[in-house]
Design a binder for this molecule. Structure first.
Ligand SMILES: O=C(O)CCC(=O)C(=O)O
Ligand SMILES: [Fe+2]
Length: 349
């Protein structure tokens, strides 16, 4: 399958890259304190890290097969499951439904987004229905992938919980598996796009505009380059080099908010894959862990002295941004709707 086989050209050596710490999942799971310190350093500095020994390779491979089967369906069939403009991200997202800049240029990526609630409850429908290619694999592929991703993300959350001085179970309860949430698995297909190596920053058409992730933790499987981060204090975007067998994890905004800014959700974007890789279709597979729909978003100051101290250091202006006065569901819907071109009234959105 193009983009999924092992015949891809290597990631080039002559582009600026951001090195990330490599965290061993087996070591953090067994409570290795040095590895846990390393994870904490990554999560509080750049908010991105590689994870090895995560044990989700088979599940990820099958999910990418599901994604390819889905994208091969005729467009009118996929459009029956389109996510719509009502602030839900579950379902099919067609190319060109999101803006990539304030000038109204449209994105070129399509994706299929499957709610963790729908996958786990299948054949019961919690939020919505999906194309046959998804349904056929709900038991064999979706459920195992969701379980594996949740297991990994919960392990990481339980470490953060302790490091933040929160009572055991605080973050895990806010992200409880059996409460409805906008947690989801997403498979994204971006068509090949060549960019001249000397192209100016403005000429590089991004595939996914600069953003921070909405949720708490992101578990990302990619083979081709194109993902870039803007490291703290930098003005230059740097590529994250995809490494075989390693997933990329990052902190999202709801975790930054709950932790009073201690955990960092960093700005990132997707541009065409560099060098010879640009000639290939880019597939990415993501699992987003998000808080339960009814979780009221606020720093966990009542539960932790560490968070209380972090919030006390903020100036009034910054502190306000940590109190969106919304539940996770409301906040998420707001952000999804702002992405959709149909809901955009001008650059201010
Ligand atoms: O495709 C990628 O490499 C990253 C995707 C991403 O940042 C997202 O979906 O939020
Ligand atoms: Fe992202």
């Amino acid at each position: 399958m193009p983009g999924l086989d092992s015949q891809l050209p290597p990631f080039p050596d002559d582009v600026p890259t951001q090195p990330l710490l490599v965290i061993d999942y087996e070591l953090i799971s067994s409570g290795d304190s040095m590895e846990i310190e390393k994870l904490w350093k990554a999560a509080t500095n750049i908010g991105f890290w590689y994870l090895k020994n995560h044990g989700a390779e088979r599940e990820a491979k099958e999910m990418l097969e599901m994604g390819a089967e889905t994208m091969r369906l005729p467009l009118d069939e996929k459009m029956q499951f389109e996510q719509g403009d009502n602030g839900q991200s579950f379902g099919y997202k067609a190319a060109g439904s999101n803006a990539i800049d304030d000038k109204g240029n449209l994105d070129t990526a399509e994706s299929i987004n499957i709610s963790k609630d729908d996958a786990l409850a299948y054949p019961k429908v919690v939020h919505r229905t999906y194309p046959s290619t998804v349904n056929n694999r709900m038991d064999s592929t979706l459920k195992p992938f969701v379980h594996k991703s949740v297991e990994v993300n919960n392990m990481i959350l339980s470490i953060f919980e302790e490091k933040l001085g929160l009572p055991a179970g605080t973050l895990l309860t806010l992200h409880s598996l059996d409460k409805p949430s906008s947690s989801e698995a997403r498979c994204i297909k971006s068509p090949p796009r060549r960019v001249h190596p000397a192209a100016s920053e403005e000429k590089i058409k991004v595939s996914l505009r600069a953003h921070t992730d909405f949720g708490s933790l992101t578990f990302l499987h990619i083979r081709l380059g194109g993902l870039q981060v803007l490291p703290p204090g930098n003005t230059e975007w740097r590529y994250i080099r995809p490494l075989p067998g390693l997933v990329i994890c990052n902190v999202g905004d709801t975790l930054t908010l709950l932790s009073g800014g201690i955990l960092r959700s960093n700005l990132h974007r997707v541009v065409p894959a560099p060098g010879a890789q640009a000639a290939y279709t880019r597939w990415s597979l993501v699992f987003f862990t998000r808080p339960g729909n009814n979780v009221y978003l606020r720093p966990l100051t009542d539960e932790s002295q560490v968070v209380r101290t972090a919030v006390a250091r903020m100036n009034e202006e910054v502190r306000k941004t940590y109190h969106p006065d919304a539940t996770a569901r409301e906040w998420f819907a707001r952000r999804i709707m702002n992405q959709r071109v149909k809901n955009r009234t001008g650059p201010e959105t």
